[in-house]
Design a protein around this ligand. Structure first.
Ligand code: URP
Ligand code: ZN
Ligand code: ZN
Length: 459
């Protein structure tokens, strides 16, 4: 057995002193003063917070955007994840045009199986919708894929409203969840071409081509579709106060809406698009970074419990040879930021340790709620008897989210210089110590997670 002694257990409701006994891959008991026998391994957690392993439910590893492949694959991305305390990721498998969902799922298994250092599951992005695809949904559910991404922007990926409402009706039938990228693709195309006509080709044109109204309009439309079908949706990477306003309106109408945001929308603002030279390309992601006001509103909503989950939308491209391809035209800059390693540290350092967020809220946003929403609870996301022993022993430390420290395969950090205030000192994955003294002790131990249905009714 492993006995974790002297720590403070974090749950969404309380932080309290307790020991944890781990037997095999599961938590055996959570109680004070657990006795240990000579054969047991005792891990000293005194002075530490003990969290359920963090879940990052929005990554893009080894993803080709039609032109190039992300810098991180499943091996590097999940290794970086565990160093930060993330023990489960859910990646967006994506259907290429003309491909079946079964083919896409097989392709994602080929990328991930046997190389992951944390446990992993897949959402499926549906980019091509017809009757034949609809018949494959049940097969997805029995394969453990119980959430689906829909894009309202990006020409190669997006569905129109007629398809979206039909997909939503199937989501309701199967009790699965649509995770939706809310930007009005037609407006984006028009606004990008306007920027180009004006000769604005630098990264500073990126936010102007995707203003908050573009997010809020798509979001409002989607929420009315969800209302018609009477089945909730999950808004991914919410970035703006205007979009948040649409969520509030829908909730005031009595609708259930799930919302995800990411550290970049809680910490970074659009001022970064005015940097000298081409540096701003490092911050090109969609939706783009917003004003300081938006950042305050989104962070405030996360603290106040209006947001369900914080994920990263980790989609890393190197600055030197990937972001640079857009040096003559901002619309050629590959969209996305790295973040899977630093998310827990950033939320802890910038919010919890800074006194702006309770550790309990961090636990809800990074562990319990993603586990419930994505069909993993109580196996994951909780320190309960019988749960997987995915445990993060978190200690205060003087550590920054710098490129020089990172294990993500990316040549910059958008969060450079930001204090994380602590680190995952020891991490257990299903009872095995995979991180020790903040370093990887056992790589490649991740397994595929067949997820249950989202706990939509209980949230
Ligand atoms: O810029 C971003 N976010 N790229 C990743 C794909 C997406 O939209 O989630
Ligand atoms: Zn997206
Ligand atoms: Zn994404």
């Amino acid at each position: 057995m492993i006995i974790i002694k002297g720590g403070h257990i974090v749950t969404p409701l309380a932080v309290y002193a307790s020991d944890i006994a781990v037997e095999g891959s599961k938590i055996k008991s959570v109680e004070p003063n657990i006795d240990h026998s000579p054969g047991d391994r005792v891990i000293d957690a005194s002075g530490a917070l003990v969290f359920p392993g963090f879940i990052d439910a929005h990554t893009h590893f080894d993803m080709n955007n039609g032109v190039m492949t992300t810098a991180d694959d499943f091996a590097s991305g999940t290794k970086a994840a565990i160093i930060g305390g993330t023990t489960t990721i859910i990646d967006y498998a994506t259907q290429n045009n003309g491909e079946t969902l079964t083919q896409a799922l097989r392709a994602w298994h080929q990328k991930a199986d046997g190389v992951c250092s944390c446990d992993y599951g897949f959402h499926m992005a549906i980019t091509d919708w017809n009757y034949a695809i609809a018949t494959q949904l049940l097969n997805m559910v029995s394969s453990g894929v119980t959430s689906f991404k829909l894009y309202m922007a990006y020409d190669a990926l997006r569905l129109d409203d007629e398809d979206i409402i039909d997909v939503m009706s199937h989501m309701k039938l199967l009790k699965t969840l649509a995770c939706v990228h809310c930007e009005n693709g037609d407006l984006v195309n028009y606004l990008v071409s306007q920027q180009k006509l004006k000769g604005n080709l630098s990264p500073s044109a990126h936010p102007a081509s995707r203003p908050a109204q573009v997010e809020a309009e798509a979001l409002s439309r989607l929420l009315y579709i969800s209302d018609i079908i009477d089945w909730p949706v999950n808004i991914v990477h919410l970035s703006s106060a205007l979009g948040l306003g649409e969520v509030r309106k829908a909730r005031a109408r009595g609708q259930k809406v799930f919302v995800e945001t990411c550290p970049q929308y809680m910490l970074l603002d659009e001022g970064l698009y005015s940097l000298e030279g081409f540096e701003s390309a490092k911050y090109v992601c969609s939706p783009p970074l917003r004003s300081k006001y938006d950042v305050g509103e989104i962070a405030g909503a996360a603290v106040a419990g209006e947001i369900d989950t914080i994920a990263t939308d980790h989609c890393s491209y190197n600055y030197k040879w990937q972001k640079m391809t857009g040096v003559n035209d901002f619309s050629d800059i590959p969209n996305g930021l790295p973040g899977v390693e630093f998310r827990p540290g950033l939320i802890y350092g910038q919010f919890v340790k800074a006194g702006l967020m309770k550790a309990e809220t961090m636990c809800a946003l990074l562990s319990e709620r993603p586990a419930k929403l994505y069909g993993l609870y109580p196996r994951k996301g909780a320190l309960l008897e019988g749960s997987d022993a995915d445990i993060v022993i978190w200690k205060n430390a003087d550590i920054k989210a710098n490129c020089a420290n990172q294990h993500m395969k990316c040549d910059y950090s958008p969060f450079e210089g930001m204090d994380m205030g602590g680190r995952a000192e020891t991490v257990l994955l299903r009872g095995e110590v995979i991180v020790e003294n903040g370093e990887v002790a056992n790589a490649g131990r991740g397994i595929y997670l067949k997820r249950d249905l989202p706990m939509i009714d209980q949230m």
